[in-house]
Write a protein that binds this ligand. Structure first.
Ligand SMILES: Nc1nc2c(ncn2[C@@H]2O[C@H](COP(=O)(O)OP(=O)(O)OP(=O)(O)O)[C@@H](O)[C@H]2O)c(=O)[nH]1
Length: 254
């Protein structure tokens, strides 16, 4: 059974900082945000986790394999190298959205995202023992996106199609199962999910096709960390390509 550890990363008091002493150049903010995400992705990734940029001022990471000291080091290193600091809320649950809700509550109880006094909060308890099915990752991909969109439409119209598919899928998995889906570039969506069977994925894919006409396939993997589960999912997705199937489940990868 899954036991997903999620960390909410929130930049402290970022809104006021972006306009103090006057509005800062937008491309400077974009550079800061994308570099901070890159550093967090690298830090978490080197320890077997996955990080997702979501809204950039708030990011979500799957941190099975990272303990409290790792989280403290991430905060220290960020504070040393950036003009902003980050607060971290950690929680663990079989259902990803429940874990994220608890991680979020830890930070909300410590104060507002725009509270000048609330800085570098570290709240919540990482998982004690691990198992090889703690994390489930579903890696979705749009069928023939290159032929249908990239090679035929302008980039904006391709983007609309992909984003429509993403919006429909993210809502469906969130509402039906508590799964959290993240757009990761190109035509790819990675979802952190609870234990779901192939039928649940098939009906999610059918729902997206019926609602917005975007065809998806998915590889699903489980593992001790997001990296292990994600690699198993990528191999399962390759199986979909070989077999022409829309769902492949790959239970574990060591
Ligand atoms: N983040 C991420 N992006 C990927 C990955 N594989 C492919 N992409 C992105 O997806 C785009 C399209 O590649 P594919 O999905 O292989 O192409 P396709 O035309 O949809 O072909 P099929 O998936 O075989 O139907 C690429 O340009 C990349 O941006 C991956 O493993 N991770």
């Amino acid at each position: 059974m899954t036991n997903t550890q999620l960390t909410l990363v929130q930049i402290d008091n970022y809104g006021p900082w972006t306009v103090t002493p006057e509005p800062r150049r937008e491309m400077d903010l974009q550079t800061l945000q994308s570099r901070l995400f890159a550093d967090i992705a690298q830090f978490v990734g080197h320890r077997g986790g996955y990080a997702f940029f979501t809204r950039f001022d708030n990011m979500v990471a799957v941190t099975n394999g990272l303990d409290a000291d790792d989280h403290r080091l991430l905060q220290e290193s960020t504070g040393n190298r950036y003009p902003v600091t980050v607060s971290l809320g950690i929680a663990v649950d079989a259902n990803p959205v429940v874990a994220l809700e608890q991680a979020t509550e830890h930070l909300q109880h410590a104060g507002s995202a725009q509270d000048r006094e609330r800085r570098e909060v570290l709240a919540g308890t990482p998982v004690e023992a691990s198992a090889d099915d703690d994390v489930a990752i579903a890696h979705f991909d749009v069928n023939d996106a290159t032929e249908k969109y990239t090679d035929r439409l302008n980039e904006f119209d391709s983007f609309i199609q992909i984003e429509q598919g993403y919006a429909t899928l993210m809502r469906h998995l969130r509402e039906e199962h508590g799964g959290l889906s993240f757009f990761v570039g190109g035509d790819n969506i990675i979802a952190v999910t609870p234990d779901l069977d192939a039928d649940a994925y098939r009906s999610a894919i059918d729902h997206v096709e019926e609602t917005v006409g975007v065809d998806l396939k998915v590889g699903v993997g489980q593992g001790e960390t997001a990296h292990d589960a994600g690699m198993a999912a990528k191999h399962a997705l390759e199986e979909c390509r070989h077999r022409g199937t829309v769902v492949e489940m790959n239970e574990s990868e060591s």
